[in-house]
Design a protein around this ligand. Sequence first.
Ligand code: NAP
Length: 244
Amino acid sequence: MKKTVIVTGASKGIGAATAILFAQKGYNVVINYNNSFESADILCRSLVSNGFSASIHKANVANKLEVDLMIKETLYKYGSIDVLVNNAGIAYQNLITDTDEVDFDSIIDVNLKGVFNCCKAVTSPMVEKKCGKIINISSMWGQVGASCEVAYSAAKAGVIGLTKALAKELAPSGITVNAIAPGLIETSMNANLSEEDIKDFIEGIPLGRIGNADDVANAALFLASDEAGYITGQVLGVNGGYVV
Ligand code: NAP
Protein backbone atom coordinates (compact mmCIF):
# COMPACT_ATOMS: atom_id res chain seq x y z
CA MET A 1 0.00 0.00 0.00
CA LYS A 2 1.25 3.49 -0.88
CA LYS A 3 2.35 5.64 2.03
CA THR A 4 0.83 9.08 2.53
CA VAL A 5 2.57 12.31 3.50
CA ILE A 6 1.10 15.68 4.39
CA VAL A 7 3.45 18.57 3.70
CA THR A 8 2.25 21.81 5.22
CA GLY A 9 3.07 25.00 3.35
CA ALA A 10 3.83 23.08 0.17
CA SER A 11 2.69 25.69 -2.32
CA LYS A 12 6.26 26.91 -2.74
CA GLY A 13 9.84 26.82 -1.49
CA ILE A 14 11.01 24.01 0.77
CA GLY A 15 7.52 22.55 1.08
CA ALA A 16 7.05 22.31 -2.69
CA ALA A 17 10.46 20.64 -3.13
CA THR A 18 9.55 18.19 -0.36
CA ALA A 19 6.18 17.42 -1.95
CA ILE A 20 7.86 16.74 -5.31
CA LEU A 21 10.51 14.46 -3.80
CA PHE A 22 8.04 12.40 -1.77
CA ALA A 23 5.75 12.07 -4.81
CA GLN A 24 8.71 10.84 -6.89
CA LYS A 25 9.40 8.26 -4.16
CA GLY A 26 5.88 6.89 -4.47
CA TYR A 27 3.97 8.63 -1.69
CA ASN A 28 0.45 10.00 -1.90
CA VAL A 29 1.21 13.67 -1.27
CA VAL A 30 -1.15 16.16 0.32
CA ILE A 31 -0.01 19.64 -0.67
CA ASN A 32 -1.23 21.98 2.05
CA TYR A 33 -1.42 25.70 1.32
CA ASN A 34 -3.03 28.74 2.87
CA ASN A 35 -2.98 31.69 0.44
CA SER A 36 -1.24 30.45 -2.69
CA PHE A 37 -3.96 28.37 -4.34
CA GLU A 38 -2.56 28.89 -7.83
CA SER A 39 0.97 27.67 -7.01
CA ALA A 40 -0.39 24.67 -5.07
CA ASP A 41 -2.77 23.81 -7.90
CA ILE A 42 -0.07 24.08 -10.60
CA LEU A 43 2.27 21.89 -8.54
CA CYS A 44 -0.44 19.30 -7.96
CA ARG A 45 -1.48 19.20 -11.62
CA SER A 46 2.11 18.79 -12.76
CA LEU A 47 2.66 15.88 -10.33
CA VAL A 48 -0.55 14.15 -11.33
CA SER A 49 0.11 14.62 -15.05
CA ASN A 50 3.48 12.91 -14.50
CA GLY A 51 1.73 9.89 -12.98
CA PHE A 52 2.27 10.74 -9.31
CA SER A 53 -0.37 10.78 -6.57
CA ALA A 54 -1.11 14.22 -5.15
CA SER A 55 -3.92 16.44 -3.96
CA ILE A 56 -4.18 19.91 -2.50
CA HIS A 57 -5.79 21.01 0.73
CA LYS A 58 -6.26 24.57 1.93
CA ALA A 59 -5.82 25.01 5.66
CA ASN A 60 -4.35 27.71 7.83
CA VAL A 61 -2.16 25.66 10.17
CA ALA A 62 -2.79 28.18 12.94
CA ASN A 63 -6.47 27.27 12.83
CA LYS A 64 -7.24 24.05 14.72
CA LEU A 65 -10.57 23.41 12.99
CA GLU A 66 -9.05 23.75 9.52
CA VAL A 67 -6.17 21.44 10.48
CA ASP A 68 -8.50 18.83 11.97
CA LEU A 69 -10.57 18.86 8.78
CA MET A 70 -7.44 18.41 6.64
CA ILE A 71 -6.37 15.38 8.69
CA LYS A 72 -9.88 13.89 8.60
CA GLU A 73 -10.21 14.31 4.84
CA THR A 74 -6.72 12.89 4.23
CA LEU A 75 -7.56 9.81 6.29
CA TYR A 76 -10.82 9.42 4.40
CA LYS A 77 -9.10 9.76 1.04
CA TYR A 78 -5.92 7.71 1.57
CA GLY A 79 -6.66 5.54 4.65
CA SER A 80 -3.61 6.57 6.68
CA ILE A 81 -1.09 9.32 7.33
CA ASP A 82 2.42 7.87 7.47
CA VAL A 83 4.46 11.07 7.45
CA LEU A 84 3.74 14.64 8.50
CA VAL A 85 6.17 17.36 7.44
CA ASN A 86 5.40 20.52 9.41
CA ASN A 87 6.96 23.04 7.06
CA ALA A 88 4.51 25.97 6.92
CA GLY A 89 6.10 29.11 8.26
CA ILE A 90 6.36 32.87 8.00
CA ALA A 91 9.34 35.12 8.66
CA TYR A 92 9.44 38.41 10.52
CA GLN A 93 12.39 40.74 10.97
CA ASN A 94 12.25 43.75 13.24
CA LEU A 95 13.78 45.28 16.31
CA ILE A 96 12.03 44.08 19.46
CA THR A 97 11.03 47.69 20.12
CA ASP A 98 9.15 47.73 16.79
CA THR A 99 7.63 44.26 17.21
CA ASP A 100 4.12 44.70 18.48
CA GLU A 101 2.02 42.08 20.20
CA VAL A 102 0.00 41.31 17.07
CA ASP A 103 3.18 40.59 15.07
CA PHE A 104 4.56 38.41 17.85
CA ASP A 105 1.32 36.47 18.20
CA SER A 106 1.00 35.83 14.46
CA ILE A 107 4.57 34.48 14.23
CA ILE A 108 3.97 32.16 17.20
CA ASP A 109 0.52 31.17 15.87
CA VAL A 110 1.78 30.00 12.48
CA ASN A 111 5.30 28.80 13.28
CA LEU A 112 4.71 27.13 16.65
CA LYS A 113 1.00 26.66 17.27
CA GLY A 114 0.65 25.46 13.68
CA VAL A 115 3.13 22.67 14.41
CA PHE A 116 1.28 21.85 17.63
CA ASN A 117 -2.10 21.74 15.83
CA CYS A 118 -0.84 19.40 13.12
CA CYS A 119 1.07 17.12 15.49
CA LYS A 120 -1.94 16.87 17.78
CA ALA A 121 -4.28 16.03 14.92
CA VAL A 122 -2.13 13.19 13.52
CA THR A 123 -1.23 11.68 16.89
CA SER A 124 -4.33 9.51 17.39
CA PRO A 125 -4.33 7.96 13.88
CA MET A 126 -0.55 7.33 14.09
CA VAL A 127 -0.79 5.86 17.61
CA GLU A 128 -3.60 3.60 16.41
CA LYS A 129 -1.30 2.26 13.66
CA LYS A 130 1.70 2.18 16.01
CA CYS A 131 3.88 3.91 13.44
CA GLY A 132 4.47 7.29 11.89
CA LYS A 133 7.10 9.91 11.24
CA ILE A 134 6.78 13.57 12.16
CA ILE A 135 9.32 16.03 10.78
CA ASN A 136 9.23 19.62 11.98
CA ILE A 137 11.01 22.35 10.05
CA SER A 138 12.65 24.61 12.60
CA SER A 139 15.55 26.95 11.76
CA MET A 140 19.14 27.47 12.79
CA TRP A 141 17.85 30.70 14.34
CA GLY A 142 15.84 28.52 16.72
CA GLN A 143 19.17 27.02 17.80
CA VAL A 144 21.31 30.13 18.09
CA GLY A 145 18.97 33.13 17.81
CA ALA A 146 19.01 35.86 15.17
CA SER A 147 19.33 39.55 15.84
CA CYS A 148 16.09 41.37 14.92
CA GLU A 149 14.21 38.06 14.78
CA VAL A 150 13.13 37.60 18.38
CA ALA A 151 9.65 36.33 17.57
CA TYR A 152 10.81 34.01 14.77
CA SER A 153 13.75 32.66 16.79
CA ALA A 154 11.49 32.05 19.80
CA ALA A 155 8.93 30.21 17.68
CA LYS A 156 11.57 28.06 16.00
CA ALA A 157 13.23 27.29 19.36
CA GLY A 158 9.76 26.30 20.56
CA VAL A 159 9.51 23.88 17.64
CA ILE A 160 12.73 22.21 18.82
CA GLY A 161 11.38 21.90 22.39
CA LEU A 162 8.09 20.52 21.10
CA THR A 163 9.96 18.03 18.91
CA LYS A 164 12.07 16.68 21.78
CA ALA A 165 9.11 16.39 24.16
CA LEU A 166 6.81 14.76 21.61
CA ALA A 167 9.57 12.35 20.54
CA LYS A 168 9.68 11.01 24.09
CA GLU A 169 5.90 10.91 24.38
CA LEU A 170 5.33 9.06 21.11
CA ALA A 171 8.35 6.73 21.06
CA PRO A 172 6.48 3.97 22.92
CA SER A 173 3.93 4.05 20.09
CA GLY A 174 6.60 3.53 17.41
CA ILE A 175 6.41 7.12 16.14
CA THR A 176 9.53 9.19 15.54
CA VAL A 177 9.58 12.99 15.82
CA ASN A 178 12.54 14.95 14.52
CA ALA A 179 13.33 18.51 13.51
CA ILE A 180 15.34 19.97 10.67
CA ALA A 181 17.09 23.27 11.29
CA PRO A 182 17.85 24.79 7.89
CA GLY A 183 20.37 27.54 7.42
CA LEU A 184 19.91 30.17 4.73
CA ILE A 185 17.90 28.53 1.94
CA GLU A 186 17.16 30.10 -1.43
CA THR A 187 13.37 30.59 -1.39
CA SER A 188 10.93 33.47 -1.56
CA MET A 189 11.27 33.82 2.22
CA ASN A 190 14.64 35.45 1.57
CA ALA A 191 13.58 37.54 -1.42
CA ASN A 192 14.24 40.67 0.65
CA LEU A 193 17.98 39.95 0.84
CA SER A 194 20.19 41.82 -1.62
CA GLU A 195 22.94 40.10 -3.60
CA GLU A 196 25.39 41.89 -1.33
CA ASP A 197 23.67 40.50 1.81
CA ILE A 198 23.85 36.99 0.40
CA LYS A 199 27.49 37.36 -0.59
CA ASP A 200 28.35 38.51 2.94
CA PHE A 201 26.40 35.63 4.43
CA ILE A 202 28.14 33.07 2.23
CA GLU A 203 31.50 34.17 3.61
CA GLY A 204 30.46 32.62 6.95
CA ILE A 205 29.26 29.33 5.46
CA PRO A 206 31.99 26.66 5.49
CA LEU A 207 30.51 24.89 2.44
CA GLY A 208 30.63 28.19 0.56
CA ARG A 209 27.06 28.42 -0.73
CA ILE A 210 23.55 29.02 0.52
CA GLY A 211 21.24 26.02 0.57
CA ASN A 212 18.46 25.14 -1.80
CA ALA A 213 15.04 23.69 -1.13
CA ASP A 214 16.17 20.22 -2.27
CA ASP A 215 18.87 20.15 0.42
CA VAL A 216 16.11 20.34 3.03
CA ALA A 217 13.73 18.02 1.16
CA ASN A 218 16.45 15.33 1.01
CA ALA A 219 16.92 15.55 4.78
CA ALA A 220 13.15 15.21 5.29
CA LEU A 221 13.03 12.16 3.02
CA PHE A 222 15.84 10.56 5.02
CA LEU A 223 14.11 11.21 8.36
CA ALA A 224 10.94 9.64 6.92
CA SER A 225 12.78 6.54 5.75
CA ASP A 226 13.11 3.16 7.46
CA GLU A 227 16.86 3.83 7.57
CA ALA A 228 16.15 6.62 10.10
CA GLY A 229 14.04 4.31 12.27
CA TYR A 230 16.31 4.61 15.33
CA ILE A 231 16.50 8.41 15.16
CA THR A 232 14.06 10.43 17.25
CA GLY A 233 14.08 13.72 19.14
CA GLN A 234 16.97 15.00 17.02
CA VAL A 235 17.64 18.29 15.28
CA LEU A 236 19.31 17.85 11.90
CA GLY A 237 21.14 20.98 10.78
CA VAL A 238 21.03 21.63 7.03
CA ASN A 239 23.14 24.76 7.02
CA GLY A 240 26.40 24.15 5.15
CA GLY A 241 28.26 24.11 8.46
CA TYR A 242 27.19 27.64 9.47
CA VAL A 243 26.02 26.35 12.87
CA VAL A 244 27.88 23.34 14.24
P1 NAP B 1 8.28 30.22 1.59
O1 NAP B 1 8.88 29.99 0.25
O2 NAP B 1 7.89 31.58 1.99
O3 NAP B 1 7.07 29.21 1.78
C1 NAP B 1 6.32 29.24 2.95
C2 NAP B 1 5.18 28.25 2.83
O4 NAP B 1 4.46 28.25 4.07
C3 NAP B 1 4.22 28.62 1.73
O5 NAP B 1 3.84 27.47 1.02
C4 NAP B 1 3.02 29.19 2.50
O6 NAP B 1 1.77 28.89 1.86
C5 NAP B 1 3.08 28.38 3.78
N1 NAP B 1 2.36 29.02 4.86
C6 NAP B 1 2.61 30.20 5.46
N2 NAP B 1 1.70 30.44 6.40
C7 NAP B 1 0.85 29.38 6.41
C8 NAP B 1 -0.29 29.02 7.17
N3 NAP B 1 -0.77 29.83 8.14
N4 NAP B 1 -0.90 27.84 6.92
C9 NAP B 1 -0.44 27.02 5.95
N5 NAP B 1 0.63 27.31 5.19
C10 NAP B 1 1.26 28.47 5.42
O7 NAP B 1 9.30 29.75 2.74
P2 NAP B 1 10.37 28.58 2.81
O8 NAP B 1 11.70 29.21 2.81
O9 NAP B 1 10.07 27.49 1.85
O10 NAP B 1 10.10 28.11 4.32
C11 NAP B 1 9.58 26.84 4.65
C12 NAP B 1 9.90 26.57 6.12
O11 NAP B 1 11.32 26.54 6.30
C13 NAP B 1 9.38 27.63 7.07
O12 NAP B 1 8.92 27.02 8.25
C14 NAP B 1 10.61 28.47 7.36
O13 NAP B 1 10.52 29.13 8.59
C15 NAP B 1 11.67 27.40 7.36
N6 NAP B 1 13.02 27.91 7.13
C16 NAP B 1 13.34 28.57 5.98
C17 NAP B 1 14.63 29.03 5.81
C18 NAP B 1 15.05 29.79 4.59
O14 NAP B 1 16.17 30.35 4.59
N7 NAP B 1 14.27 29.82 3.52
C19 NAP B 1 15.59 28.83 6.80
C20 NAP B 1 15.21 28.16 7.95
C21 NAP B 1 13.93 27.68 8.10
P3 NAP B 1 0.80 30.00 1.20
O15 NAP B 1 1.68 30.88 0.36
O16 NAP B 1 -0.16 29.16 0.45
O17 NAP B 1 0.17 30.74 2.35
